[in-house]
Design a protein around this ligand. Structure first.
Ligand code: COA
Length: 326
């Protein structure tokens, strides 16, 4: 039966120029490359300059996505930005990007706050708007300047995060309703508010009138992550009526290489099908998935027709997955 699918017609990514290696960090806090590499898989991360904002990173990724899509910004009906580090408390940073991109006046702009699950949440919202027939072309962007909410004196957290942005352009296309269709085949998003205190920024507009710094119960996050990420991947594969053996690539949220391999093993996916970019990007929250996806589509690793599972988990706790044929 024919149906509307949201096809990824463009992709983009951007990392700020400034790079901070584990050795650089060892000069700031009591840590070392060996501890960070073996516990997390991170070797270096990119960090925005003081006057380089989330919207600047997002704009670069969005421009690349629009260029690879071969469309004009005026053709975009909506921009959905996932971020926890907006330029201003209000308005939405997506509105600023829409203006800078030259999107037409009247096209919708919204920000989504779902922490590290932000891209999967934003993709789900965009896909639903497209499948309902409300929008034809939607720009989904994830961008973060986590360095600005990182406590650079806390070795428990400062070694884990980085800055970056990724984007995709989605466009409505008729499909046959089978797993052979290109585009988004299934999405599923979740939250568990009882875990609110286990991973958060310890400030906020309504509470402290400051943005605060990232704080977490690392062990609790670690335990929860493997099960929730596996659950989301299994659910979208079931919804799309495909099995692990059909999957070409798992593009997971990049928080810790040990979490990523644990999830890959639980799903029964061979190591070579699991995309890992955490070594040079660290955890860029909502941006890790589109950054990894775009980087691997650009270098030809992920190709047209490949079947890809995306999954993410983060503060809230929130988590989710998407099944996509490129
Ligand atoms: N360098 C050196 N030592 C460090 C350190 C650092 N950067 N950070 C912590 N340590 C120390 C701790 O103080 C602790 O020392 P102690 O035993 O003397 O108290 C020791 O290393 C072990 O710490 P522990 O917390 O047990 O390490 P771990 O194996 O649980 O790994 C994380 C810590 C943070 C890497 C891990 O828990 C994790 O990745 N959790 C998930 C975090 C995450 O992904 N959050 C974002 C989700 S979106």
């Amino acid at each position: 039966m024919t149906c509307i699918r949201s096809e990824i017609i463009g992709h983009g990514h951007y990392l700020p120029a400034k790079e901070l290696t584990n050795d650089d960090l060892a000069k700031i806090v009591d840590t070392n490359d060996e501890w960070i590499s073996t516990r997390t898989g991170i070797k270096s991360r990119h960090v925005a300059e003081k006057d380089e904002y989330t919207s600047d990173l997002a704009l670069k990724a969005a421009e690349m996505a629009i260029k690879t899509a071969g469309i004009k910004a005026e053709e975009i009906d909506a921009i959905v930005l996932a971020t926890v580090t907006p330029d201003n408390t209000t308005p939405a940073t997506s509105a600023k990007i829409a203006g800078k991109l030259g999107m037409r006046v009247g096209a919708a702009a919204m920000d989504i706050s779902a922490a590290c699950s932000g891209f999967v949440y934003a993709l789900t919202m965009a896909d639903n708007m497209i499948r309902l027939g409300q929008m034809k072309t939607v720009l989904v962007v994830s961008a973060e300047t986590l360095s600005k909410i990182t406590d650079w004196t806390d070795r428990n957290t400062c070694v884990l995060f980085g800055d970056g942005a990724g984007a995709v352009v989605l466009r409505a296309k008729e499909g046959n309703g089978t797993s052979e269709d290109t585009g988004i085949l299934a999405t599923k998003i979740y939250a568990d508010g009882t875990q609110y205190e286990n991973l958060l920024c310890n400030g906020g507009v309504s509470t402290t009138q400051t943005s605060g710094y990232i704080w977490m119960n690392g062990k609790e996050v670690f335990k929860y992550a493997i099960n929730s990420l596996s659950e989301a991947a299994e659910e979208v594969m079931k919804m799309g009526q495909v099995e692990a053996k059909d999957i070409d690539w798992l593009v997971p949220h990049q928080a810790n290489v040990r979490i990523i391999s644990g999830v890959g093993q639980k799903l029964g996916l061979p190591e070579e099908k699991v995309i890992v970019t955490i070594d040079h990007q660290a955890n860029t929250s909502a941006a890790t998935i589109p950054l990894a996806l775009s980087e691997k589509m650009t270098d030809g690793t992920i190709k047209k027709g490949d079947l890809v599972v995306l999954n993410a988990m983060g503060a809230g706790f929130t988590w989710g997955g998407a099944l996509v044929r490129i």
